[in-house]
Design a protein around this ligand. Structure first.
Ligand code: ADP
Length: 160
């Protein structure tokens, strides 16, 4: 059983993340999408809200599991028995940071391999920050996120 983990902040999950999960789920037996609690990033959504959006948007994918972790990705990967770490690469601008992380994670745990997947080109300029900004200014972003995220972003701005 080949398991991989796909760690991220997912604040909120976008169709770019979902594209990566779909590609990984055809290559491996199980994909564990894992929410980094990352309080230092001051996420807009709580961990529970991020988990709920991921659960809802992955509910039709039988070999995808959702969880969360605090601390080192490599430790969590070992705990769940993953053989690799999935990351998305959108553009050259992602490369330097991702390369550093992958090499550091390899130094920390030699048996874990980082696997980079590229999304469909329509998602290469998409990230969670852009979605949060578009939502804040009530611009159109519905092509880039699942329906549950639209609903949750509307609820957030209604509370403000
Ligand atoms: P992090 O804080 O770890 O960067 P993100 O939720 O922003 O968390 O991203 C998690 C992973 O998904 C990263 O590898 C990132 O490069 C990738 N990713 C983010 N947005 C996209 C996208 N639109 N297409 C493909 N991969 C993406």
């Amino acid at each position: 059983m080949k398991k991989v983990i796909y760690p991220g902040t997912f604040d909120p999950v976008t169709n770019g993340h979902i594209d990566i999960v779909e590609r990984a789920s055809t290559l491996f037996d199980e994909v564990i999408v894992t929410v980094a609690k990352n309080p230092s990033k001051k996420p807009l959504f709580t961990v529970d809200e991020r988990l709920e959006m991921l659960h809802e948007s992955m509910k039709n994918k039988p070999n995808v599991i959702i969880d969360s972790f605090d601390g080192l990705v490599v430790e969590h990967a070992k705990e769940v028995g993953a053989i690799g770490i999935i990351r998305g690469l959108r553009a050259i601008s992602d490369f330097e940071y991702e390369f550093q992380m992958a090499l550091m994670n390899r130094k920390l745990s030699d048996e874990l391999t980082t696997i980079f997947l590229m999304p469909h080109e329509k998602y290469t300029y998409l990230n969670s920050t852009i979605i949060r900004n578009l939502a804040q200014f009530e611009a159109e972003y519905s092509d880039f996120v699942p329906p549950i995220v639209i609903q949750k972003l509307k609820e957030k701005s209604a509370k403000k």
